[in-house]
Each structure stands twice: as C-alpha cells, then as structure tokens.
Write a protein that binds this ligand. Sequence first.
Ligand code: FAD
Length: 471
Amino acid sequence: MVMGSLAQETEVAIIGGGPGGYVAAIRAADLGKEVTLIDERERLGGVCLTEGCIPSKALINAVDLINSAQAAKRFGISFGEAQIDLDKLRNWTGSVVNVLTKGIDGLLKRRGVEVIKGRARFTGPNELAIEGADVSAIRFQHGIIATGSRISELPAARDLPVWSSADALALPEIPERLLVVGGGYIGLELGLVYAGLGSRITMVEFFPNLLMGADQDLVSIVVKNCEKRFASIMVESKVVGLEKSSAGFVAQVEHNNETTKLEFDRVLVAVGRKPNTDNLDLDQAGITPNDQGRIEVTPEGRTSVPHIFAIGDVAPGPMLAHKASREAKVAAEVIAEHHSEFDNRAIPAVVFTDPEIAWTGLTEREAEEQGRNVNIGRFPLAALGRARTLGRTDGLVKIISDPDSGLVLGVGMVGPHVSELIAEGTLALEMGATLEDLMVTIHPHPTLSEAIMEAAEVAAGAAVHINPPGK
Ligand code: FAD
C-alpha cells in the first residue's frame, strides 16, 4: 500500500493516545461508537506512560529502597552501600512501561478501536490530514483533541545538549554534579532520584519558594529533607547563561543582581510544559486557543466548535493524568449522548517527593487569597502510632472546613504514602462530607489514614491524641 493514500470515515476521531485520548477511545467504544485513535508516537500511553508519571514513579520507588535501607540503620539493621546497575535499572523501568503500553494496545484492540500511528492536523471542522501513515485523511462526526503538552525550553539552554525530564528518565548516566533548573514537582522528583543515585544536586528556582503552587506549610517539610539531600538550593535565582565547558557546562546563575559562575557535568531543565495546540492547524477547524495556548471548553468538554472536544493538558486546569482521564470519560459519554459533565469538586494533586505531598480542594493559601474564613485542623504525624512504627514522623495532615457547617473544603497532607491517602479527602469533598463524617468513620488502627480522622477531630476541638489548646 502506498503511504498516505487512503481517506476514511469514522464516528469519533481522537488525536493523542495519552491518558486523555486512550481512555476516551475505550469509553466511547464501550458506548457503541466507532473510534479511530491517532498518535504519532511509536507506543501508546502518551507522556504519562512513556516519559512521565510511570517511569518517574518506578525510579522513585527504586531510590526509596536505597533511602529506606540507609534509614534502617536507626533500627539496628545495616546493609552495605547500594550497588547500582544502571542497565538493569533502565531495563526494569522500561519493562514497566512496556507491559502497560502493551496492555493499552490490547484494551483498544478488544474493543475494535482503530489505531493509526501518524501525525494529525485539521483541514476542516470535520476533517483531519494524517502524515506518516497509510491513511492520509479522516472525516469524522466528533473529534477529541487530546494532544497533551511538551517540555518548555529554557532560553539560555537553547541548542545545548541539556537534559529534559524525558532524557533524565532514560537514565543515560549518573552525573557527579547535576544542575536542576526548576523547583516545580518534576524538578524536585527527578532531583531526589538523582540525589539518591549519588549525584550532587544544585537546584535553581526563579520563584521565592519551591513548588510555588502548593501550600508552603506542607512544602516546608519536604524542603527540609531536600536541604539534606541536595548540595544547594538557590531560590529567587535565574540561569541567565549556559555554555559547554570541557567538563560539562558552566552556568551563570543570577541572584540579587549578582551573577555567579558554577560548573556542572549535566544540566536538567524542568521549567514547565506547554500545550500541544500549535501543531494542529486549529484555525482550520475554527478553534482559537486562549492566551496560554490552551483550548477553552464547556463542562461537557466541548470546544467553541461543539462537535469537537478538548481534554487533558490542552484544556485548562492542572496538567495531570487523572484530570485528563476524567475529562476523557465525560467527553466520550457526551458524544454517546449520555448526560455527563466535568462537575468535579476537586482534582487531587500529588508530588512524589520524600516525603510525599498531596492536596485536594481548597488550600489554606487559596482561602487567604479569597479572604474566606475557614477552620483548619492540623494533625502532626509525630502523634500517630503508625507513623512511629514506620520511623517516619516528618509530616502532617490538615483539613480545611467551613466554620459554620463543618463542610470539608480541602485536605492537605505531607508524609509517607499520602499519595494513597489523598483519595479519601477527595471522596470526602465529592460526597459533601463534614468534619463529623470524618470523625465518626472508623479508620483502621494502626494506619496513616487515622491522621485524617485525627485532623478532623482537631478542627472540631475534639482531639484525642494531641493536647487541647492551652494545656
Ligand atoms: P499526553 O500524555 O501528553 O499525550 C498526548 C499524545 O498526543 C502524545 O502521545 C503525543 O505524541 C500525541 N500527539 C500530540 N500531537 C499530535 C498530533 N498532531 N498528531 C498525533 N499525535 C499527537 N501527571 C500525573 O497525574 N501524575 C504524575 O505523577 C505525573 N508525573 C509526571 C512526570 C513527568 C516527568 C512528566 C513530564 C509529566 C508527569 N505528569 C504526571 C503529567 C502527565 O504526564 C500529563 O498530565 C498527562 O500525560 C496528560 O495527558 P494527555 O492525554 O493530555 O496528553
């Protein structure tokens, strides 16, 4: 067959096979739609599976083992120094990704979703041109744009062989001195991975705090740990120049109007991501992205052209896989003429640092910005039996509630495994739970989940395991 010679028709065309696109494809097919999924990558799963959530968490788990083994000295258990076989580690994270991406292939195949590997762009409101595939054009009744986002470049590093997060996750080597530009969640997670593998990390962040978007009450506990693990953390600082040197790179870092030259073996740039909306000829479909390059949508996920939907990182909101997947289900259901809306009260956010940070719903900072009167209950993990048994008391849970009704408005956590615990907070928000609901729910003992009940008790002035105020 001649490449790019076929035109075909489909009910639903989905561009992008990440946690937005492939989930929409599965749901739409299950609801009886004929679906074509187009992605230019070799493997499905998008950024999340191939160079994001999954490989990063596999590596973080591996490094956690090194840290836990070192921490076990306190319990009287010693291991020798960790021997790192980079090839095996790389193969292991690769195998995790392979199994999952093959799983997606199977799920789509069994549902009869046609997958086209190629690059799509709009040629009209009901038409796509495809490059690099046998099928050259697709006419569709409904379209879903799920093209995700890509790494933002650092102007000072343009054309230099610096690492992106994807490069760092491919584990090319363990550099002795690694500069991490950007103290957001990706910079922090990968900085901690390489610190655990033995690199000396210097982190440079433009803003006054790391993880600017998150509640600093929670972040400060992680920063304390990073201060021990990293060689240096420079906030309110900017990489204004970068050059190749014989050893690696020389970076010029500006802080307080003074510029310092520092030498590194490798540089990892993690300064944010931008939506993939500029590669689609959206104007041909009649869609104009907003100033941030994102595509505005209705609660049903419809763009300004009602039969075309946008989900995931291209749509406004946090760039997170679970937000993409929820929007995907809504879009597929609306297309199948079911009543569905993205009416979620909260999108949980997790940062897989050590310890982990997670929050959902209203944060203390947002309440302050909105001038909203809230009741905050804080429970330190130091007062929790399970945290003591784990030897991990560096954390807290806080619950933000309405002072009159006791309605839970937000939950924030820092500590071990809070990535798992935050789901309870999100469920509480979705169910319209009050402090009392959390307090009277029996939480198993001894578990970290008890900290949620305890924080609710603190907020309600009924704390059992910490002293009442003034005593
Ligand atoms: P993507 O996953 O970006 O998928 C879009 C797909 O569309 C890609 O495969 C792309 O190749 C394809 N595409 C783009 N343009 C075209 C075109 N014109 N034609 C054909 N195909 C096209 N999120 C979390 O929730 N939890 C985490 O722990 C987490 N960790 C992360 C760690 C890192 C290092 C990174 C980089 C991201 C992480 N994220 C995490 C974010 C998460 O990966 C994204 O939010 C998620 O992948 C967005 O899903 P999506 O479906 O919108 O797009």
